[in-house]
Design a protein around this ligand. Sequence first.
Ligand code: F6R
Length: 611
Amino acid sequence: MCGIVAYVGTREAYPIILKGLKRLEYRGYDSSGVALLSNELSVYKKKGKVAELEESLVGKDLHANIGIGHTRWATHGEPSDRNAHPHLSPSGKLAMIHNGIIENYGQLKSELLKKGYRFHSDTDTEVLLSFIDDIREHNDCSLEEAIRIALKRVVGAYVIVILDRDNPNTLIAARKGSPLVIGIGKGEHFLASDASPIIEYTKEVVYINDYELAIIRPDELILKNLGNETITPYIQKLDMELAAIEKGGYDHFMLKEIFEQPHTIFDCLRGRLELSEGKIHMRGVEEHMEQLKQAKRIIIVACGTSWHAGLVAEYVFEELCRIPVEVEYASEFRYRNPVIHPGDVIIAISQSGETADTLVAIEKAKEQGALIFGVLNVVGSSIARASHAGAYTHAGPEIGVASTKAFTAQLAVLTMMALKLAMEKGTIDAKRYQHLMTELSDIPEKVQTILQNTDNIRMIAEKYADARDFLYLGRGYNFPVALEGALKLKEISYIHAEGYPAAEMKHGPIALVDDQLPVVFIATKDAYHDKIISNMQEIKARKGRVIAVITEGDTVITDMADDVMTVPAADEIVAPLLSVIPMQLLAYYIGVHKGLDVDKPRNLAKSVTVE
Ligand code: F6R
């Protein structure tokens, strides 16, 4: 959460920072700001989206070759101009941007208040900056030393970048828990929360690790730990193209990402699923095969949409591998005292690889001897580096705040993993293995078929867009899809929606049903098909409006439901990869019909780096 960008070099800093902030806006859009240093240190900030900041700066002299910028997702203090970053230090010499939370800021603040300091914002960031400023002013030490001393007292997560009026050529950055990438150009450096603001200028990057401090000048990058020892930067090449982070003719990133799914799923399977050989190649799985085979239990930790992918995986692993699976909300798992045995396998699922709760949860499990396997999209992310092994989803950058293509890629990876493990364990026979491999390899084409006819889904969306509430019901492998459909709708359209196992509906939610309530059934043909038809009858009997996602050719439900959306037939194990697509589109079209900003829904941020 919160996006940071900084530049030092010979170009104009402001346009680079502004463009970078627009690319990082998915991380938060409550307010934004920039600090630029030429003859003087100037700070500009504004409540609202980056475009509002840009507009407020038209006509100003923004010439500078060094600067920092921030787009905020509010934690401490309401979204406002004064709580926006960058913050200025009491001496007026330092400007700082921050992503993360300083948990002991209250303690630091009361110490500073006793010393006579006054604050102009409600943020933890201003407190940390004042603390650094105070150390520097009173200990006669360098800024670098003052930052080191201050950070040793800080509890929490941060990336900070500081601009110093007295050192007009130097940025100092430090990290713990939140992400920071430094792009290395010729006589220039770019800093950002992820690689998207950097990719246009250079592909050579350094990912900063926890407890590292970077001193960055146009020609120099010095990396140190908090003990002041120098570290050799590990330079990596970015495997990302600029086109991947642009809208490419679509109205929204969300729509582009939904339509990319035939390719992203294909890319995820490519090189792994070898139908002709009858083999699945996954290095991370192969290297830990013995541990995986011996696992008495798999615990999946994740949040949000990734947690829903984990729920589907629970059904798949239990069915194919006969290993008990528990799916945990990372935020609950990390604060419980979970029972973890050394032979347990933890699968962490995360698109961003930066979700704070998931990161801490796996660190906790790692301490207790579990094997950590990451199913992640962002290469080099914090969770990737904290895992023992893993498999990337290769979905490419996901910029729309609501997760779409990352979910289907997660399902593809998890299904391949389960299939491979099941074959090694001997818990499925060769025929079923081959059949499921074929089913999986057919998915990209079937997704393409759904996407070829979206007009029907758009019409249904418009018909129901004024509903106040929605209920989503599914059984078996499609139950998590009901949860995901409801989450997508809430996020994008601000309509209250709940997902339930279809049979559980009788134990409470059925009280909500009246002739105004749309009930979405995820009812593709599977082992529970007759059961879900009975559930549908129960809703119809109470005059609920039934919308159903069905398998092509299902005339029984077509005759019964008010509206249907069809998907091609598929084995129930891979069916969620298809049935979720109409759910994504339904939410998207309702959001658009209501005139909402679907790529940046209110109050949300893409990468949840605070707990
Ligand atoms: C929903 C959504 C969120 C994320 C959740 C976990 O559309 O995007 O619920 O799924 O914040 O994020 P990652 O997968 O990055 O750990």
